[in-house]
Design a protein around this ligand. Structure first.
Ligand SMILES: Nc1nc2c(ncn2[C@@H]2O[C@H](COP(=O)(O)OP(=O)(O)OP(=O)(O)O)[C@@H](O)[C@H]2O)c(=O)[nH]1
Ligand SMILES: C[C@H](OP(=O)(O)O)C(=O)O
Length: 239
C-alpha cells in the first residue's frame, strides 16, 4: 500500500458556530479541540499527520499549547494557513502533485469524534482513485485522494460535487459507508451521538460540561433551549 499523508483541516476561531445555541464560544473551542484530539488518535497509525490550521489562532499562541496528547505526539505537524478551507486544502494537494505525488492524501475533518482506527484501516483498503466517507446531509467527512488531479470543493452537498468532479476527471470512486465516520458534530442534536457512541475525550468533555442523556427521546427544555435526547444540568451558559 502506498504511503498516506493525513491532513486534518482545523479552525478554532469562531469554531462550531452551529452549536452556539447550546455552547458558549469558549465551550465550542474546548469541544473543537477535544474532537480534534479524538480524530488525531484515530488516524495516527496511518502515517504523517498534518493539522492544517486556519490562522491566526484566537488569542494568539500556538495550537500545540492548546491540545494535550495529540499535539505532543511525534509525527504531528501543524501547518498554518490563513486561507479558507477549499483553497487551503487544494494548495496542499497541488504541492504534493509538484513533489511527484509521493503518497496518497487522506483529508479527515476534525469534527468526527466517533471515528476509530479500525474504521480508517477499512477505509484505506477501499478501492478507488478517490474514496469518500460521506457525512449526513450530503457532506464529505473523509476523502482519500489517490490521483493528483483531484481537487476538493466543500460545503453545499459536497459529497455530490466530489462525485461529479471525479466523474469529470474519469476517476473511479469508492464510497465508504460507515456509521462512525458519518457522524460529524455540527448541530446540537449531534451531541447525543457523541454522548452515546463516543469513546474518547469528546463525550468526557460533554459530560463535564453538564450534558447528559435523557434516557428516552424527549424534548428537554434547558433554559430557552430544546435538546432532543440530551439535557443539560444547570443553566445554559452563553458567551
Ligand atoms: N484550515 C481550515 N479549516 C477549516 C476552515 N473552515 C472549517 N474548517 C475545518 O473544516 C472542518 C469542517 O468545517 P465545519 O464543520 O464547517 O466546522 P466549523 O466551521 O467550525 O463549523 P460551523 O461554524 O458550524 O460551520 C472542521 O474540522 C473545521 O475545523 C478553514 O477556513 N480553514
Ligand atoms: C465541510 C462541510 O461540512 P458540513 O457543513 O457538510 O458538515 C462538508 O462536508 O462539505
Amino acid at each position: 500500500m502506498r504511503p498516506i499523508r493525513v491532513v486534518i483541516p482545523f479552525k478554532l476561531d469562531c469554531a462550531k458556530s452551529r452549536l452556539s445555541t447550546v455552547l458558549s464560544t469558549v465551550e465550542r473551542e474546548r469541544l473543537a479541540l477535544a474532537m480534534l484530539e479524538d480524530v488525531v488518535d484515530a488516524v495516527s497509525g496511518l502515517g504523517t499527520v498534518t493539522i492544517l490550521l486556519k490562522s491566526p489562532l484566537p488569542g494568539g499562541g500556538v495550537l500545540e499549547d492548546k491540545i494535550s496528547g495529540a499535539g505532543k505526539r511525534s509525527g504531528i505537524e501543524v501547518l498554518d494557513s490563513p486561507k479558507e478551507l477549499d483553497e487551503a486544502l487544494n494548495l496542499v494537494i497541488e504541492a504534493e502533485e509538484r513533489k511527484g505525488w509521493p503518497g496518497d492524501l487522506l483529508i479527515a475533518m476534525a469534527d468526527l469524534p466517533l471515528m476509530s482506527p479500525s474504521d480508517i484501516a477499512d477505509l484505506v483498503r477501499t478501492p478507488g482513485d478517490v474514496v469518500i466517507a460521506p457525512g449526513r446531509g450530503g457532506g464529505t467527512n473523509i476523502i482519500l485522494i489517490r490521483d493528483p488531479r483531484f481537487r476538493v470543493c466543500y460545503y453545499g452537498l459536497s459529497f455530490l460535487k466530489h462525485l461529479r468532479r471525479a466523474e469529470e476527471l474519469g476517476l473511479s470512486v469508492g464510497v465508504f459507508e460507515s456509521f462512525r465516520c458519518s457522524i460529524d458534530i455540527d448541530e446540537p442534536s449531534d451531541l447525543v451521538e457523541a454522548l452515546i457512541h463516543g469513546r474518547g475525550r469528546t463525550p468526557e468533555l460533554l459530560r463535564d460540561m453538564g450534558f447528559e442523556l435523557s434516557g428516552k427521546r424527549s424534548k428537554s427544555r434547558v433554559g430557552c433551549l430544546r435538546l432532543e435526547g440530551a439535557s443539560r444540568k444547570g443553566p445554559a451558559r452563553r458567551s
